[in-house]
Design a protein around this ligand. Structure first.
Ligand SMILES: NC(=O)c1ccc[n+]([C@@H]2O[C@H](COP(=O)([O-])OP(=O)(O)OC[C@H]3O[C@@H](n4cnc5c(N)ncnc54)[C@H](OP(=O)(O)O)[C@@H]3O)[C@@H](O)[C@H]2O)c1
Length: 289
């Protein structure tokens, strides 16, 4: 099976490495070519060249604009996608962009699956992602070997935009949890409870879940670099939730607060931090470092 990976950022690179380990022959393209250095794959000069002959094309790109530029352009993914191939898009994009991609692929008589993922680059490298796969049952069936290689569980959704909706909901929850952790750890610490102890108590009682454990530990240790998921992308995801809330008439007051706090962190020059660095805003507001 010939697989192409388009986009070798933190996630794309980790997924590509996992696919190589799993024995897939890979063709890859990234806008910034040097991110392919050291990868056991055929490095191509354009997205279209990388897609030629592929059975499955995995895109992992920053946002809507990056996906549109790479997929829909005259020399993009869709123009080169074979009739039997499936385009699997793991990027976290808006519901509206997913609808646009569905229309474009249908118009070109090509197969598309939205497959946003849960899990950070280390989970991708270990084949431990959760995959929210939305598209026709046939396209999802053909993409399953790819999902099995990078993920430990695939959730089937009956349309591509619905998978993106599910991903936006999940990341809204994560952003809220990070905000809450920042505030809760600040409250504990001001009263004399060390951050690590608060996290131990939280996770050992009612809050023992991967999100609280992983982010709680990271925040308690102040370990925000290197970023696994960078703060500007976190802001993008919260804004995706707010935009969908606008469209669907769903107020999301927590998302509004989180958006402002992410902006405050970015205004202080924290572009390079992991998005869990959002917690620094609540800690600083309480007079803590
Ligand atoms: N990191 C995570 O933990 C995580 C987890 C789940 C989902 N995601 C999602 O996965 C996607 C990738 O995330 P990431 O962490 O890998 O981001 P990243 O490290 O910032 O990489 C972004 C990728 O998008 C490419 N790109 C950006 N703008 C472009 C454009 N205009 N044209 C072509 N390529 C462009 C970048 O190319 P260059 O190298 O040339 O800049 C790079 O390959 C995002 O949608 C993110 O929300 C990330």
């Amino acid at each position: 099976m010939q697989v192409t990976v388009i986009g070798l950022g933190r996630m794309g690179r980790a997924m590509a490495e996992r696919l190589v380990d799993e024995g897939f022959a890979l063709r890859v393209w990234n806008r910034t070519a040097d991110k392919a250095a050291g990868l056991d794959a055929t490095v191509c000069a354009s997205a279209a060249e990388a897609v030629l002959g592929a059975d499955l094309v995995l895109t992992s790109l920053a946002n809507d604009d990056a996906v549109r530029a790479t997929v829909l352009g005259a020399h993009g993914v869709l123009a080169a996608l074979g009739a039997e191939a499936v385009h699997v898009n793991a990027s976290t994009i808006s519901h509206a962009c997913a609808e646009e991609l569905v229309r474009a692929h249908e118009h070109a008589l090509r197969s598309y699956v939205s497959a946003p993922v849960l899990g950070r680059p280390d989970a991708a490298r270990a084949g431990a992602l959760a995959i929210l796969a939305g598209g026709s049952a046939e396209a999802r069936r053909r993409a399953q070997p790819l999902f099995d290689a990078i993920g430990q569980r695939t959730f089937a959704l009956d349309s591509a935009p619905r998978a993106n909706l599910a991903k936006i909901v999940c990341n809204f929850m994560l952003a809220g949890i990070i905000e809450l952790l920042g505030e809760a750890l600040a409250l504990g610490e001001k009263g004399g409870l060390p951050r690590e102890r608060t996290v131990e108590i939280l996770t050992g009682t009612l809050f023992g879940c991967p999100a609280v454990e992983g982010y709680g530990k990271r925040i308690a240790e102040g370990r925000f670099e290197p970023a696994g998921f960078a703060m500007p992308l976190g802001l993008k995801d919260v804004e995706l939730a707010l935009a969908l809330g606008d469209t669907l008439r769903v107020p999301l007051p927590t998302a509004s607060v989180v958006r402002d706090h992410l902006l405050a962190a970015l205004a202080r020059g924290r572009e390079r931090l992991d998005w869990s660095g959002l917690a620094t805003v609540a800690l600083e507001a309480a007079g803590l470092r």
